[in-house]
Design a protein around this ligand. Structure first.
Ligand SMILES: [Cu+2]
Length: 139
């Protein structure tokens, strides 16, 4: 009967430390989220690309480096966008974090903002719609 008591007693300081660590982690996460939210809302300049049901409104768009590209899907459809070409995500391509890897999804009615911070030419594709290729030229 002594074994469990000793075990519980010896765990108590560790649990206190765990609770303190969890509280600290929550504080850091909330602080970070508040920061990124305020940064995102200040980036208001940029250009808009309209999304249609199964394509981009245009196949090419020019953006200034550091400016925001607004993806306006208010009269569009459901899309899955990533860096790549012809429905295939290029998992190693450089570009805005939102489009990297498997990219992002956007639904009819949504407007998403993506910042292109580095000049260059970026290919964006939709993994759902075969015609959906966009070239973003960042100057
Ligand atoms: Cu699409």
């Amino acid at each position: 009967m002594r074994w469990p008591r000793v075990g519980i007693l010896s765990l108590k300081p560790k649990r206190k430390r765990l609770v303190a660590l969890a509280a600290l982690a929550l504080f850091v996460i909330w602080g970070g989220a508040g920061c990124s939210g305020s940064h995102a809302s200040t980036a208001t300049d940029g250009v808009t690309m309209r999304l249609l049901g199964d394509n981009f409104a245009r196949s090419q768009i020019v953006v200034q480096a550091g400016a925001t590209l607004r993806l306006d899907d208010t009269t569009g459809g459901y899309h899955h966008l990533c860096l790549g070409r012809d429905m295939a995500c290029n998992l190693h391509a450089a570009g805005p974090e939102d489009f990297q890897g498997n990219g992002l999804t956007i639904s009819n009615g949504d407007v998403r903002s993506v910042v292109f911070s580095t000049s260059g030419t970026y290919e964006i594709t939709c993994t759902i719609h075969p015609e959906m290729n966009l070239t973003v030229i960042v100057k």
